[in-house]
Design a protein around this ligand. Structure first.
Ligand code: PMP
Length: 396
């Protein structure tokens, strides 16, 4: 018996692997503090839950159109107008089982064998693996902590070759927290104008978790809009990770292509979730704003703590709910038993010694760094970081 060669081409998500290791230790009775989490630690707002309960009682229990119910697609268009001043029609929208599936559909719809996909580092773990599944080639643009983990137009242009098919990024960025301003996006847009054959995937799932101002989408530049695939979803902004609702806004051609793939993969996302999503997208944003206010307080707390830990170099995230410090000054150090050679060792040392889970930067294309979430209670953040500080103090 032999499994497919496809399975050899890509890795399982490091984020999920760390969460699993943490759960295993917890099952042994160890008090593990999870700072590897990629999801809000809040409950879904009440009005959204009520819409789902109503949908169950109203018997929305059948298959839905592949791209989503008509009222859901209308709600997505209304949201994109309300929040982003973008004009889209239902024919531009495809709803999926999370933004992860939206991304997978899009990559499979665009990328052929050997096509190059430019991804600035650090990037969300899944991007590179989806490109590998599609037999594309990942072309990284290195960004540095010193430049806020953002790339310049010159860096973008230098990475483009005749084989470039797609440029793919997230703003706010998971894991770095970088948020591109309108001016910075305009700089990148200027480069894309010279290369009309390149598609741009803009992952905006952390849109609402922004600490520096209003969200700016690269889709706001009308001459580029046709080749932009805007990705968003409900997981982060509405605390709905388990509900599985993501969507794309794209040209009708790309939308149809992703719909065709989805028709064979999953048919559509859950009918109840779609009805709840209409309530989320058209409803009161106050609960989402309150979550972001809480993340703002926690960001301040974690920044205050890490600035006093020697050897950790950390920028202040502008969005999302992670810090992504450079911890490479610890590489080569030892507590007498364990030597830390890299980020993987660093994370395992923290898990085994401090009982805190984190995610190694290699998974995000940045081996000097480690990602720590602050989507956990302030009490857990304080307790977790106190333990990390003690564990790191033992490394000489
Ligand atoms: N994009 C980014 C940048 C993410 O961090 C995540 C979730 N961790 C997703 C997409 C996928 O979100 P979901 O599938 O839950 O909608």
């Amino acid at each position: 018996m032999q499994l497919s060669s496809l399975l050899q081409r890509f890795n399982e998500p490091e984020t999920l692997k760390m969460a699993k290791l943490g759960r295993e230790l917890r099952a042994q009775g160890i008090d593990v503090i999870d700072l590897s989490l990629g999801e809000p630690d809040f409950d879904t707002p009440a009005h959204i839950k009520e819409a789902a309960i109503k949908a169950i009682n109203d018997n929305w229990s059948h298959y839905t159109p592949v791209a989503g119910f008509a009222d859901l697609k209308e709600a997505v268009c209304a949201k994109l107008k309300r929040d982003n001043n973008l004009d889209y029609k239902p024919e531009n929208i495809v709803a999926s089982t999370g933004a992860k599936q939206s991304l997978a559909n899009t990559i499979l719809a665009l990328v052929d064998d050997g096509d190059e996909v430019i991804i600035p580092t650090p990037y969300w773990v899944t991007y590179s693996e989806l490109v590998k599944i599609a037999r594309g080639k990942v072309v990284e643009i290195r960004s540095a902590l010193e430049s806020g983990f953002k790339i310049t137009p010159a860096q973008l242009e230098a990475a483009i070759t005749p084989k470039t098919k797609v440029f793919m990024f997230s703003s706010p960025c998971n894991p770095s927290g970088a948020v591109y301003s309108k001016e910075e996006l305009a700089g990148l847009a200027e480069v894309f104008r010279k290369y009309p054959e390149i598609y741009i995937i803009s992952d905006e799932i952390y849109e609402y978790i922004n600490f520096v101002g209003t969200h700016e989408s690269i889709a706001q530049f009308p001459d580029l809009k046709d080749r932009i695939i805007l990705i968003n979803g409900l997981s982060k902004g509405f605390a709905m990770t388990g509900w599985r609702l993501g969507y794309i806004a794209a040209s009708p051609e790309v939308a149809k292509a992703t719909e065709k793939l989805q028709g064979q993969f999953t048919s559509a996302t859950c009918s109840i979730t779609q009805k709840a999503a209409v309530a989320a997208l058209t409803g009161n944003l106050k609960p989402s704003e309150e979550m972001t206010e809480e993340f703002t307080r926690r960001r301040a707390k974690v920044m205050e703590i890490v600035k006093d830990i020697p050897g950790i170099k950390c920028g202040e995230p502008e969005g999302a709910f992670y810090i992504f410090p450079d911890v490479s000054s610890y590489y080569g150090k030892s507590d007498g038993t364990t030597t830390i050679a890299n980020a993987a060792d660093f994370c395992m040392y923290l898990l085994n010694t401090a009982h805190v889970s984190s995610v190694m930067g290699d998974a995000f294309g940045e081996p000097k760094c480690v990602r720590f979430s602050f989507a956990n209670s302030t009490a857990n953040i304080e307790k977790g970081w106190a333990r990390i500080k003690d564990a790191l103090a033992k490394l000489k």
